[in-house]
Design a protein around this ligand. Structure first.
Ligand code: NAD
Ligand code: MG
Length: 398
């Protein structure tokens, strides 16, 4: 029997992390959990340690790391707990790891994902922000050091599945373009007046998917589709005009590929992330994921519409940022992370989210995203610009 593959999950306490562990628990003969990491959710990390017995854990937060050490001791579990961003990157690159699941939310996942790429790991990429903010850097490092990037984001995973397979990945032979589908989020039918008074609770209520808070807000503003548009261009090395965005409220078709002969190949399934996670883990093989089969007789039709970039300008902003290139997507992503946080904290309104991002994109100096220092600098400046805009919105509120 072959050895199980050793897995490191960056962000194991999040929605993707928990779903990944659910799939792994079904296949302990194939996968062993070598390392888990999180920001500060000690209770869930402790429960995961009890169930999966990882050799190593990293908590981003120092106090959380200390609390976890104490609690593991009480349970008699001998697990090495470290703390901080450099420990995270070292772990992702460490020798025993075969598979790195990049499931941290936001720019906080960039350095550990880059470290995994430079160590030539198989990377299951959920952390789209790391890819969006880094231009071609992550893909270039992966190619240079022989890392494999498997898309976990359901749309990109669907596209991967709908392309002809080659020995090393997929080919674009005969492809006309790709169609990224999106549900349109919980506010799809709201007027601008209604959008102006949307609360975080309303925006967090996604109709089809259960996800972390940041991506849920991004889904409501359609920034998620914008980030995914950039993600698709970067992952598959496609120009903007080869990627079409289509609203499909039922979230049954997860994306499609159009071919030159008029064929369209789509991937369908339940809106459950365990399917793309299981696919990315096992590819080119298939494993069970625990997801219910799709019952076509229960579907009440499949619907499609154009995205409305008037009411949801974030999708337009993302498209423009990708067209500009360089550090424009870095700025878009950083300002958006700040705006989402401010919205969740009640400091800006729903419509002011896009205004914050637009302000940062207009004010920031855009340079070629040629190296990590330039990218991190662009990210930092965009956060400052976004904060200035957020402060003006807050001052008007008080
Ligand atoms: P989440 O908020 O549920 O979980 C985030 C994880 O990252 C947690 O384990 C958290 O502890 C960790 N984390 C947060 N900040 C950190 C920091 N500063 N340093 C280290 N660790 C940190 O998020 P999620 O919904 O699981 O999403 C994770 C990523 O996957 C995002 O990039 C998201 O866009 C992408 N994604 C998610 C889904 C989904 O269904 N949830 C689908 C597609 C893509
Ligand atoms: Mg997605």
């Amino acid at each position: 029997m072959t050895q199980p593959q050793s897995v490191c999950i960056l962000g194991s306490t999040g929605s993707i992390g928990v779903n990944t562990l659910d799939v792994i628990a079904r296949h302990t003969d194939r996968y062993s959990v070598y390392a888990l990491t999180a920001n500060k959710n000690v209770a869930l990390m402790l429960a995961q340690c009890v169930q999966f017995h990882p050799s190593k854990v990293v908590m981003q937060d120092e106090q959380a790391a200390e609390q976890l050490r104490v609690q593991l001791n009480v349970k008699g579990l001998n697990i090495d707990v470290e703390q901080g961003a450099s420990a995270l990157a070292e772990l992702a690159a460490s020798e025993p790891v075969n598979i790195v699941v990049a499931a941290i939310v936001g720019a906080a996942g960039l350095l550990s994902t880059l470290a995994a790429a430079e160590a030539g790991k198989r990377i299951l990429l959920a952390n789209k922000e790391a890819l969006v903010m880094s231009g071609q850097l992550l893909m270039q490092r992966a190619a240079k050091y022989g890392a494999t990037i498997m898309p976990v984001d359901s749309e990109h995973n669907a596209i991967f599945q709908s392309l002809p397979a080659t020995n090393s990945g997929v080919s674009f032979a005969g492809v006309e373009n790709i169609v990224l589908t999106g549900s349109g989020g919980p506010l799809r039918k709201c007027s601008v007046e209604e959008l102006s008074v949307v609360t975080p609770q309303q925006a967090l209520k996604h109709p089809n998917w259960s996800m972390g808070r940041k991506i849920s807000i991004d889904s409501a503003t359609l920034m998620n589709k914008g980030l995914e548009l950039i993600e698709a261009c970067t992952l598959f090395d496609l120009p903007l005009e080869k990627v079409e965005v289509l609203i499909h409220p039922e979230s049954v078709i997860h994306s499609m590929v159009r071919y030159s002969d008029g064929s369209v190949i789509a991937q369908l399934g339940q809106p459950d992330m365990r399917t793309p996670i299981a696919h990315a883990l096992a590819w080119p093989e298939r494993i069970s994921s625990g997801v219910e089969p799709l019952d076509f007789k229960q579907l009440n039709g499949l619907h499609f519409e154009e995205p409305d970039t008037q009411r949801f300008p974030c999708l337009r902003l993302a498209t423009e940022a990708q067209a500009v290139g360089g550090t424009a997507p870095t700025v878009l992503n950083a300002a958006n992370e700040m705006a989402v946080d401010a919205f969740l904290n009640g400091f800006v309104s729903f419509l002011q989210l896009a205004q914050t991002v637009e302000y940062a994109l207009t004010e920031a100096k855009i340079s070629p995203a040629s190296d990590l220092t330039t990218i991190i600098e662009a990210d930092t400046i965009a956060r400052q610009l976004a904060q200035n805009k957020i402060d003006t919105f807050r001052n008007k509120l008080s």
